[in-house]
Design a protein around this ligand. Structure first.
Ligand code: IMP
Ligand code: MG
Length: 176
């Protein structure tokens, strides 16, 4: 059990299994993106540990950068508006991979994809370590998924509870 702030978390996916999955995903990317010089874009903050481990397993020519997204409720329309912050690279005609820690409702990703598509990349695909299929609001193609998990709150390996718990090496789930 790990105590993080006021709550207790127990291991859901041990570090060893995460590392094996990271190698598996990297192998797929190495094959699919050979000679394409892909640009991996990590969505901060949650993806930084996953992307760091993944990048070390890439043995093809590739580049990495990060962006932030800020979401806010739009008062005049329904739903969230997502703004991309800090993406300096020109992605025109680039093979782009968005790297996420987790896709929950999928709302962030839908908005991010919409905005990146407007920048005319050669291709745009999604890599996520975790996905909660039962939480997704609409179907959204996820090209590379590490683990599908239940609709429970998880932390560790970059994911946080109110800023804490990102440094846990296992992915941990809220204990009852
Ligand atoms: P979505 O827009 O609902 O798909 O969620 C996007 C963001 O919510 C993710 O990138 C995470 O930062 C955060 N999030 C969703 N589920 C969890 C969780 O179980 N633990 C920690 N963060 C989460
Ligand atoms: Mg995130």
């Amino acid at each position: 059990m790990h105590k993080v702030k006021d709550k207790y978390f127990k291991t859901l996916i041990p570090s060893h299994d995460i590392q094996a999955k990271v190698v598996e995903i990297a192998d797929l990317l190495n094959a699919d993106y050979a000679n394409k010089n892909p640009l991996l874009i990590g969505v901060l903050n949650g993806s930084f540990i996953f992307l760091s481990d993944l990048f070390k397993c890439m043995n093809i020519d590739c580049e990495v950068t990060f962006m932030r997204v800020s979401s806010y409720e739009n008062l005049r329309s329904t739903g969230k508006v997502t703004q991309i912050i800090g993406l300096k690279e020109d992605i025109t005609d680039r093979h782009v991979l968005i790297v996420e820690d987790i896709v929950d409702t999928g709302q962030t990703l839908v908005n991010v994809k919409e905005q990146l598509v407007k920048m005319n990349p050669a291709s745009l695909k999604v890599v996520t370590l975790l996905n909660k299929p039962d939480a997704m609001l609409k179907p959204l193609p996820l090209d590379y998924v590490g683990f599908k998990i239940k609709n429970d709150f998880v932390i560790g390996y970059g994911l946080d509870y109110d800023g804490h718990g990102r440094n846990l090496v296992d992915i941990c789930v809220l204990a009852e």
